[in-house]
Structures are given as structure tokens and as C-alpha cells.
Design a protein around this ligand. Structure first.
Ligand code: SF4
Ligand code: SF4
Length: 179
């Protein structure tokens, strides 16, 4: 008999009714980065149901995912697949099984910036990431283009309600939303 413990674990971690999936492939068909994935999104969902814990947690797919939620809105069973992938990332990191660490690091720097300023301060985030990676010239041309077009400001644009922002993050941390 199929071991349902991983399915139960993931339904609890994500709050999504993963067992409702009937493998229609709509998630995979709509995914913009499916060509770069080692497991198609509908397959990840299937492997969760089948209890293939290691295969799913060590897959590159959960890190290739852009969290664009196209799959989630296309799912006829209202499964928020992007949210399932996010929950998988958290477990993979906790158990040190992540197939790559760059996305997670960038996510952390992104959220640090939003927490601090109320919105993303692009230059600060990118510089932190570049220093961590010791890669200063990899995307220099693209970065310069964005800077010239005014897409990246030198100074952060802090929101006014910093107190409200702090409270909101505290509420999220207390509830462990997404965790
Ligand atoms: S779109 Fe939903 S029901 Fe269809 S395969 Fe993907 S997760 Fe399953
Ligand atoms: S959220 Fe991820 S898996 Fe879903 S369509 Fe977007 S990139 Fe693909």
C-alpha cells in the first residue's frame, strides 16, 4: 500500500488539498520555465501523492519555479502549486537537501529588503547577493541598463508606515505563514 505520510506532511505544510490532483497537466502546460525543470510540476504533485519524498525534495524544479502562480490559477482543483513548491523549499532547506542555494539566498535578501524598507531596494539586494557570490561583473551590462532607465535607484524608497510594516511581519512570523 502507498505510504501517505509525505502527502499528509505536505498537505499540512502547504494547507493545499494535494490529493485532489487528477493529473490533468494544466499546471505543466502553462508553466513558463518548464523546459528548465528536471521534474514537470504535475509530476511533482504526483510524486508527493506517491510518497517519493527524496526525489521531490532534491529536485531542481522547486528552485527553478519563479513563483509566478500561473499553474495555481490554472488548476481546476484550486491547488496552489506555487505554494506547495514554496513549502517544499522550506523543508528542503531545513533538511539541507536543496538542489541549489542561490534562489533561497536571493529570496532571503529580497525579503530582508522588503522588511526593512516596505518595498524592494534593488541595488542593496543585488549587491548583497553579488558579494555573497563573489560575482561582481556577471550581469553588469543588464544592471547598468536598468540603472540608466531608472529601474534601480541608489537610495531606498521607504514607506511611511514603518510601524505598521513591523507589526505585519510580526503577525506573519507568529502565524508562520507559508512555513
Ligand atoms: S493543474 Fe492541478 S489537477 Fe491538474 S495536474 Fe496540475 S495540480 Fe493536478
Ligand atoms: S509558479 Fe512555478 S511551477 Fe507554477 S507556473 Fe510559475 S514557474 Fe511554473
Amino acid at each position: 500500500m502507498n505510504d501517505l505520510s509525505f502527502l499528509n506532511e505536505m498537505e499540512k505544510a502547504s494547507g493545499e488539498k494535494i490529493s485532489g490532483c487528477y493529473q490533468c497537466y494544466r499546471c505543466t502546460i502553462g508553466c513558463p520555465v518548464v523546459a528548465d525543470m528536471d521534474l514537470y510540476p504535475h509530476r511533482v504533485i504526483r510524486y508527493i501523492v506517491l510518497g517519493e519524498r527524496e526525489r521531490v525534495l532534491t529536485s531542481k524544479t522547486i528552485w527553478t519555479c519563479l513563483q509566478c502562480v500561473t499553474c495555481s490559477v490554472r488548476c481546476p482543483n484550486d491547488i496552489d502549486i506555487a505554494h506547495v513548491f514554496d513549502a517544499l523549499r522550506k523543508i528542503a532547506v531545513k533538511e539541507q537537501k536543496e538542489a541549489e542555494t542561490d534562489t533561497w539566498k536571493f529570496d532571503q535578501y529580497f525579503m530582508d529588503s522588503v522588511k526593512k524598507h516596505g518595498r524592494l531596494h534593488e541595488i542593496e539586494t543585488v549587491l548583497r547577493y553579488k558579494i555573497e557570490k563573489k560575482d561582481f561583473f556577471g550581469d553588469a551590462k543588464m544592471g547598468m541598463g536598468m540603472f540608466i532607465k531608472g529601474r534601480m535607484g541608489i537610495l531606498p524608497h521607504n514607506i511611511k508606515d514603518r510601524k505598521g510594516l513591523k507589526e505585519m511581519f510580526k503577525r506573519l512570523e507568529d502565524k508562520k505563514i507559508g512555513g
